[in-house]
Design a protein around this ligand. Structure first.
Ligand code: FAD
Length: 417
């Protein structure tokens, strides 16, 4: 009898799930459920070229015909799944009850908003295509002053877009430096210099106490008493896993859906992308528990692995990866592979190529015990993948330094500006 694979979440991980099983020749029925009206689309451009390009680009991956006809998918868009019944093997989508034999959960994240800004014009988050459309329009209404709350990767990209449009831009970060939790303090400081180089004002160690304005944002009041006037306020304060609909389903939901190494959260129920919290076997010597990543590459890979494991329960395979992400600020490409922190171990960081004192180009490596665990590169595009391979082999710190030495004597290693 033909089986049915249901994929909940019509974005990157969900689409890759469908593509993987169809690519393998799996002939069962496939239902793809997405809460948004849009066809699956690519999110990284939404904080980059989608906003800055003169012509508005189309970020969708495939047109409808290619999904429904070529991939043979029953596409259910515009309605969120609201309940999962593990015993009955059903998912509730609006009025419809969808039966599954195999299930992939890939509902991603939603953007956190700033408290007290509901209904206030001029305040934005950037998670969805609709968010980006609205912001794209607002950025072009005159020459608005732009304030970004949160100096993470997406907040920093949005600041770069503002400067590319020649706007007055301020970034407000409550931590003592940008990105310290993600890449460590010294490297966070190095990247802050990129903002300074391009004329973005960065205020650290302060938070927004109050957003001022009646119907439209006018200013923000900071914890040190300063008021920053603004026409556009972007909340770049992170994202949370979209798992509310799974509460009470019997799955373990704890900052994501907790899964095993094969991404299984229950028999024949696998998770992928931003909602997946799973033990990454590659780092079991330096991390005590499971990890949850919010990176494009992981979501794509997990989508494929989750679906393959869900439809072929006798052949499941674990998913392991060296996390990888990139971010584009101004004219620079920032890349990170691996992890930057370890449980119960001190992490050392060393710049092995270039110079970080002026924001790059440079490459830095991260060490825990005798192992290389991470690599950060600014405008040295070929470097990170070489270290990523080493990290996947659990290479020693000395092996990484030897590679760095070999790379620095190789004339082909040139910073790419
Ligand atoms: C603006 C932006 C820029 C980014 N830039 C980069 C980058 O430069 N590099 C990088 O590595 N990563 C980047 N990322 C991260 C990357 O895009 C995400 O990790 C990736 O999109 C996660 O894919 P996903 O399929 O797990 O989740 P999502 O892309 O969040 O998709 C989940 C989908 O599920 C839907 N959904 C939610 N709840 C339900 C429900 N109950 N029923 C049905 N559907 C539901 C949502 O509407 C959404 O369409 C960026 C993300 C954003 C938002």
């Amino acid at each position: 009898m033909t089986e049915t694979l249901v994929v909940v979440g019509g974005s990157l991980a969900g689409l890759r799930a469908v593509e993987a099983v169809r690519g393998d020749g799996w002939e069962g029925a496939v239902v793809l459920v997405g809460a948004e009206e849009h066809l699956p689309y690519d999110r990284p451009p939404l904080s980059k070229g989608y906003l800055s390009a003169e012509e508005c680009p189309d970020p969708t991956y495939r047109d409808e015909d290619r999904i429904t006809r070529e991939l043979g998918v029953d596409l259910v868009l515009g309605t969120a799944a609201s309940a999962l019944d593990l015993d009955a093997r059903t998912v509730t989508v609006g009025e419809r009850t969808v039966d599954y034999d195999a299930l992939v959960l890939a509902t991603g994240s939603y953007a956190r908003s700033l408290p007290g800004t509901d209904g206030l014009a001029g305040v934005f988050t950037v998670r969805t295509l609709d968010d980006a459309r609205a912001l794209r329009g607002a950025l072009r209404e005159g020459t608005p002053k732009l304030t970004v709350v949160g100096g993470g990767f997406i907040g920093s990209e949005l600041a770069s877009v503002g400067r590319a449009l020649d706007l007055d831009v301020t970034v407000i970060e409550r931590g003592p430096t940008l990105l310290a939790p993600a890449i460590g303090t010294s490297m966070g400081q190095a990247l802050t210099r990129l903002h300074e180089r391009y004329g973005t004002r960065v205020l650290t160690g302060v938070q927004v106490d109050e957003v001022l304005g009646d119907h439209r944002v006018r200013a923000v009041r900071l914890s040190d008493g300063r008021e920053i006037e603004t026409d556009i306020l972007i909340a770049g304060v992170g994202a949370a896993p979209a798992t509310g609909w799974l509460e009470g389903s019997g799955l373990t939901v704890d900052d994501g859906v907790v899964a095993d190494a094969t991404l299984a959260a229950a028999p024949r129920v696998h998770v992928a992308g931003d909602i997946a919290r799973w033990p990454n076997p590659l780092f079991d010597d330096v991390l005590d528990g499971p990890m949850r990543l919010q990176h494009w590459t992981t979501a794509a890979e997990q989508g494929a692995r989750a679906a393959r494991n869900a439809v072929a329960p006798s052949q499941t395979r674990p998913y392991e990866t060296v996390p990888y992400f990139w971010s584009d600020w101004y004219a620079s490409r920032i890349q990170f592979a691996g992890i930057s922190a370890a449980d119960g171990h001190d992490v050392g960081v060393e710049v092995v190529a270039g110079d970080n004192t002026d924001g790059g180009p440079f490459t830095a490596l991260y060490r825990a015990n005798d192992r290389v665990i991470g690599a950060l590169a600014v405008d040295m595009r070929a470097e990170v993948m070489k270290y990523r391979r080493l990290i996947s082999q659990r290479a020693t710190w000395n092996a990484a330094l030897e590679l760095a030495e070999a790379r620095s004597s190789d004339r082909s290693v040139r910073p790419r500006l």
